[in-house]
Write a protein that binds this ligand. Structure first.
Ligand SMILES: *Cc1c(COP(=O)(O)O)cnc(C)c1O
Length: 421
């Protein structure tokens, strides 16, 4: 039986999460399918920004470090965020960028491994991993080598099926993105971590496309280290600080190399020598961007009104509907689905390759449907159960069908590229 607008509207009518859309400012005439790249604005963010700038900064001035709780914000938000990823209090800090946090945890992971298993000289990751993760691994290992350490090998697999083969006893660290940014493939974190541990490797998980998108249980999976973004599914605002988690068993093993004063045991004693604070706070470096950091709370507060299990149910219903509708409406067009159809293996996005993917995405944006484009040829549609309706999915596919049927993507303005795709 074909899917109809009436059946889609019935899904919206049954959706207990539908009222959460009211928590966000979304412009009229837009179907926003890019919350996987920059989340929408929580309504509370505007008032919070005004409070931070006008009151806490404008009136409180320097006193606000104590009176407005600025100094403890990385830990306080870390505890709140930790609930979404299976972390306990005191295991997460919100700070710096995902790239910088990856540098810190990867350095700590390699250092600990060198101490217990110096022969392990391999980092396993995916060729299709988000490039910054690979760049950071390259920069860090190059630097270690420049300072006299033996070389590391970055062993890149081309698909998740190759993991078993790549994970040998020479592997120090398995560094994976839990949900792949291109394909939306999701690893089984517990099984993959167990496999890594079986070979004496530790795991570094990038949760950029997982936190707030799918249920994550870092402690349940017995993972070792994790990093992730707050500006994607967590709706923290453009460039909002990232987060970092370290399992309690590793926290005090080593101090990370960006040994700034915020990670010092007594930052305001102003001592000349570094002494790392106990616990997760040693992963902080320097003064935080408080105005941006404060916005993260507005995004996290929305999650307190629901559960990751409920969000996951709706997310899978949205992505399933999208895939089925594309199949029903856009058959005959050169669209290649690269996202797993198995619900257990996919995150909260659906990706298709199309030979003219870039132009098709620009044509969609011109019609008010906002997905994004990733090289090579990938059209990426992110589904955010907090503010996406089933009828949004219906309308997005109707517009996609129209653009493909009429070839209206093939106009000069849709082939021009800006700095950000
Ligand atoms: C978005 C994303 C990043 C971004 O890193 P930044 O340092 O915040 O720019 C890193 N890793 C993955 C897997 C991502 O998807």
């Amino acid at each position: 039986m074909p899917i109809t607008l009436a059946s889609v509207q019935a899904q919206d009518a049954r959706d207990a999460l539908a009222p959460l859309r009211q928590e966000f400012n979304l412009p009229g005439g837009v179907i926003y399918l890019d919350g996987n790249s920059l989340g929408a604005q929580p309504k509370a963010a505007l008032a919070r920004a005004q409070q931070v700038v006008q009151q806490e900064w404008g009136v409180g001035l320097i006193r606000s470090w104590n009176t407005a709780g600025w100094f403890e914000l990385p830990q306080r938000l870390g505890n709140q965020l930790g609930q979404l990823v299976g972390a306990k209090d005191g295991e997460v800090v919100v700070t710096d960028t995902t790239s910088v946090n990856l540098f810190k945890v990867l350095a700590a992971a390699l250092r600990k491994q060198r101490a217990v298993a110096p022969h392990k000289r391999v980092i396993v990751s995916e060729r299709r991993n988000f490039p910054t993760d690979l760049y950071i691994a390259q920069g860090l290992t190059e630097q270690l080598q420049a300072h006299g350490a033996p070389a590391y090998e970055l062993r890149l697999i081309d698909s998740p099926e190759e993991l078993g083969h790549a994970l040998k006893d020479d592997v120090a660290v398995l560094m994976l993105t839990h949900v792949n940014y291109q394909t939306g493939y999701m690893y089984d974190m517990a099984a993959t971590t167990a496999l890594a541990h079986h070979h004496g490797a530790v795991t570094v998980w990038d949760l950029a496309h997982s936190a707030g998108a799918v249920p994550v249980d870092l402690n349940g999976a017995n993972a070792d280290y994790a990093v992730g973004c707050t500006y994607k599914y967590l709706n923290g605002g453009p460039g909002s600080p990232a987060f970092l988690w370290v399992h309690a068993r590793h926290q005090n093993s080593f101090w990370q190399p960006l040994s700034g004063w915020w990670g010092h045991a007594r930052p305001f004693a102003m001592e000349p020598g570094y002494e790392a604070k106990a616990g997760i706070s040693r992963y902080l470096c320097g003064t935080q961007p408080i105005t941006s950091l404060a916005m993260v709370e507005c995004g996290l507060d929305v999650f307190a009104k629901t559960s990751m299990a409920a969000l996951r149910d709706k997310s899978l219903a949205l992505t399933t509907l999208f895939m089925e509708l594309v199949q029903q409406e856009c058959a005959g067009h050169p669209l290649t689905l690269i996202t797993p159809t198995d619900p257990a293996r996919r995150g909260s996005q659906v990706s298709y390759e199309h030979p003219h993917g870039f132009a098709v995405v620009q044509a969609l944006i011109a019609r008010g449907v906002i997905p994004d484009y990733r090289e090579p040829r990938i059209m990426r549609f992110g589904f955010t159960p907090l503010y996406t309706s089933f009828e949004d999915v219906w309308n997005a596919v109707a517009i996609l069908k129209d653009i493909l049927d009429n070839g209206s993507w093939d106009q000069p303005q849709f082939h021009q590229r800006g700095a950000v795709t």
